[in-house]
Design a protein around this ligand. Sequence first.
Ligand SMILES: [Zn+2]
Length: 712
Amino acid sequence: MIVRRRWTAAATTAILISAALSHPGPATAAPTAPAPISLTTTETALVRVQLRDQAQLDRLVASGADLANRPKARDGRILADLVLTGAQLADLTAQGATAVQIVQRAGDGSRHFAESVRAAQARTAAGLRAPSATAGERTTAAAVDTLQVQQAYWWTTAGQTFLQAQVATTATDDPDVEITVSWRTADGATGTFPLYRFEDSGEYQYHYNLPQPVPNRPVQLTATSSLGGVSRVVTPALWPNATPPPLPAGYQKDFIDAYLTPVDIQARIKRLARQYRDLVDVIDLPNKTQGYRRTAAAYLGDPAVAAVVVESVRFGDQNMNGVQVRTVDPGRRNRPLTVGYRDRVLTVSLATDTAGKTVSTTDEVAAAINARQPNRFRATVEDGSAGLPMPVAGPARLDDGLQGTEVPAKPSTVQALRLGVHRDGSRVGVLAYSQEHAREWATPLVTLEFAERMLANYRTDPATRELLEQVDIFVIPTVNPDGANYSFNDYNFQRKNLVNHCTGSARDPKNRNSWGVDLNRNYTVGSYFDGYVGASANCLSGNYAGTAELSEAESSNVIALARAHSNIKFAMNVHSYGGYFMWPPGAYRADGRITLPRPSIDESTLFLNSARRIVGAIAQERGTVTWPSQTGPVADVLYSAAGNSADQLYYELGIFAWDFEVGNDRWNPTTGEWEGVGFQPPFDEAHGESQEYAGGLVELVRVARDYAAAQG
Ligand SMILES: [Zn+2]
């Protein structure tokens, strides 16, 4: 409710916003006029918005807004990717925000899915494989601050060289300090760009900027501040400066030719187990999910006037879809309020006064249904209808509202693949798991491509064979199949699972797309319940933590698998989108921004060095380089995520636990902008992500092998 109320100051007509795209792009490329950004009032989309100020962001976060990734600083302003309706966007715009990119519209998901399936069918018919995706000088008085260059890295993607720097000033409390970076390239070109202050949880972190295009390899970098501080001169380092072994001739890859639903994923798991019998076990995880199911509900009355929400206690598919509910006028004087149920019709006969006029209120009707039919129905007064006279209404038909027709309506068994020659716990274990968040459709493509590469190359590639000899690999392609089914069939921006813990008027079916638990906030370490930041107790929030730690079958399954196999020492939690590579700590407390304990120096070194190897392997596919500013501890590079799975795996089970956010921003040389790719991009992009990040997971297996070898 909180989320919706905040947004109710709505425009009633379609809005048209011209995106003002001024930016620190390359001096040579003139920005082209962007297409106007328009969204109808009720249309939902994923939008990159330039916020007015930090306070606006803080208000959004406090209201439980659906932030898709960490806001970025640009032009000293904050860019955030938000799932919102046209009305909400109009509201934000009225408060000074500017829409800069529609990353994805609601209808894009199903269109991209259908296109991917059609294209796959056409390729199959033609006997073809899936295509590979293409790949200042200032004069001041005496300095009052000191600058430290914390990072200065460069790399080249698709022929364009980029430079990124992170600089800290000692004037941490002065929000107006301006820091400018000056660079010089190997061939003598020079230039400057501004850095922007990055604050988190009210505390200064450092100044940085998005990667800046430069004409050639930078060899020198200095930072100066408006307070007169000057850094030492540094030589930017090559990032990530790690290259995986080249793929041998005949290496097989590219096993993904369309988006995959949970039903498709189950079939793929079955096929791999049959095809590679001696290398694969399929593990049924212990906790069945609720299934793609909802209770059946209807409005009794008119929500615009007066209504009661009547809901079945059982799920709609349990013979409750189609049950009818009505109120009737008994047509006689002095009658009491009664409730009867027969022949699948719930009939509420309203009370009458001495004149024969009906006198029951909405509250009385809801209470009577709950008192007389507690095993079949639950009734709540619609928000705004409290105490109003109950009209004669109905019959209304209860329905679960689910649109998917090819999804089995029963609890799901979540499955893991176990790959390796020695699947007996004697080898170091690696766990890769994906789609905790339902809408992240590219993520199971990554883990399944990875699994099939390991299996398909076993007989022909000695290096792959050695990895499968030395490492015990566990893969959960979809942690959240119920939410994924809802994302494919009903609401493509669904993030959470399908379990509705809401009570009272929050159960109103108008909130159907906001129910569910954020599985990656439902774990036990650094959780909301422990007082950490980045999760919510509001059942309608995108970050709802659930009723208790591990209240959900899906999160319990991940932990059960890790606990049952103590040889697992490495884990990768695959999410989308944004292009991040992260590790613990993933959460901090609000008071004083106290993070979970930092890893030791040795462990931090392992996290970072392994990350560089894996970032290098990802880049091998199509040149995608995960930015240094987005490689590091979750709490430092993304946001605090209370109760996330990697933190439980690391702090409780001693597993080196990383997170991918696949789907890196793409550089648009025409506009000089980094552009977000979204959760369900056109399939070519999702395919590219599956190929590059599968390569990253293969490198993770090499990291595990090397770690085990070093342990002796
Ligand atoms: Zn996610």
